[in-house]
Design a protein around this ligand. Structure first.
Ligand code: UD1
Length: 318
């Protein structure tokens, strides 16, 4: 049994990692400052973990959180492209300064390995598809720059201090517990909820924008593999975490129409600043070095997600 620290433990991805670790019988500590994380995401597992309300910008709290820990899964972030356009400094603080704090605390506590929630947005508008890790990064939004800077810090801490770090470039992770209620919510969470409520969704652009939408179970499995893979295969390296298939926004709308029973149409609005047009991953590196496999495809993932939102709706009497 190992001890894991999950930062952003009350977030969508963090709380899914916490559950998976607890199911495996691991010891879990989690921190969150609830800036984007939600108390209801951890409410039912609070009794089985060591949860602390803390901010990754608080170095002292991070030192305490890392004490005795074997693996850190660093998910805490302000995970939004549009938010970073409105507040680049805030994005940089949470997404870069916060990461450096986590790294310093992990280094000082002699943590075995840090796995980082990096982002496919780092590829930016490079025209080549699929995106592979050896490609030159070309981030557009301040958010993408921050995530890329944090990746470089991860690699730097491995090279300078020997702290084992692994970066997983997430490609649009979706699934249960992703917050659908904010203007900055991930598109599938937002559309699922809107369409279940009979509200018209808005597609920014012509709908041919595409993403390698990746169901949460795949990301959870990538994190667990990134902890257990031999250092020679993964330390100081960056891996795409995706499915290797891209779906357009128009296609997501039609798939969700079937699943939600929504009868209305969709509204089109101008493209959002900082967005990239297409995103598709080459997942060969993760398959080769981490033993990663796509466990749940887009269709099954979307079905599970909509079922979950439906159950939530029933639970609150909506
Ligand atoms: C997402 C993640 C980001 C992550 C990146 C790569 C969220 C909120 N953002 O960014 O943290 O690093 O993937 O994994 O999960 N759109 C609409 N209508 C809407 C909302 C969005 O058309 O109501 C469009 C956007 O303009 C964009 C696409 O859907 O073209 C995807 O947007 P979004 O879900 O916000 O994700 P990314 O910006 O790709």
């Amino acid at each position: 049994m190992a001890k894991y620290l999950v930062t952003g433990a009350a977030g969508f991805i963090g709380s899914s990692l916490v559950r998976a670790l607890l199911e495996r019988g691991e010891q879990v500590r989690g921190i969150d400052n609830f800036s984007t994380g939600r108390r209801e995401n951890v409410a039912e597992v609070l009794g089985r973990m060591d949860f602390r309300e803390a901010d990754i910008l608080d170095l002292d709290a991070m030192h305490k959180a890392c004490a005795g820990v074997d693996y850190v899964l660093h998910e805490a972030a302000i995970p939004s492209v549009p938010k970073s356009l409105l507040d680049p400094l805030g994005s940089n603080r949470a997404n870069v300064d916060g990461t450096v704090n986590v790294l310093i605390a992990a280094r000082d506590a002699k943590v075995k390995r840090v796995v980082f929630a990096a982002s496919s947005s780092a590829y930016g508008d490079t025209p080549t598809l699929p995106k592979h890790e050896a490609m030159h990064a070309s981030p557009i939004s301040p958010y993408a720059v921050a995530k890329l800077a944090s990746e470089l810090y991860m690699v730097s801490f491995f090279r300078c201090y020997g702290l084992e770090t692994v970066c997983l470039r997430y490609f649009n992770i979706f699934g249960p517990r992703q917050d659908p209620t904010s203007a900055y919510s991930g598109v599938l969470a937002k559309f699922s909820m809107q369409m279940l409520h009979g509200e018209q969704p808005t597609i920014f652009g012509d709908g041919e924008t595409s993403r390698d939408f990746t169901y949460i179970d795949n990301a959870v499995s990538a994190n667990l593999l990134a902890c257990s893979a031999p250092p020679a295969e993964c330390a100081g390296r960056v891996f795409n975490c995706a499915t290797g298939r891209r779906i357009t926004l128009n296609e997501t709308f039609h798939a969700l129409k079937e699943l939600t029973g929504y009868r209305g149409g969709v509204k089109y609005a101008p493209e959002r600043g900082g967005d990239i047009k297409h995103s598709l991953a080459d997942i060969t590196q993760a398959q080769t070095h981490l033993g990663y496999k796509v466990l749940v495809n887009f269709e099954d993932g979307l079905r599970r997600t909509v079922e979950w939102y439906k159950r939530q709706g029933k639970a609150v009497g909506a």
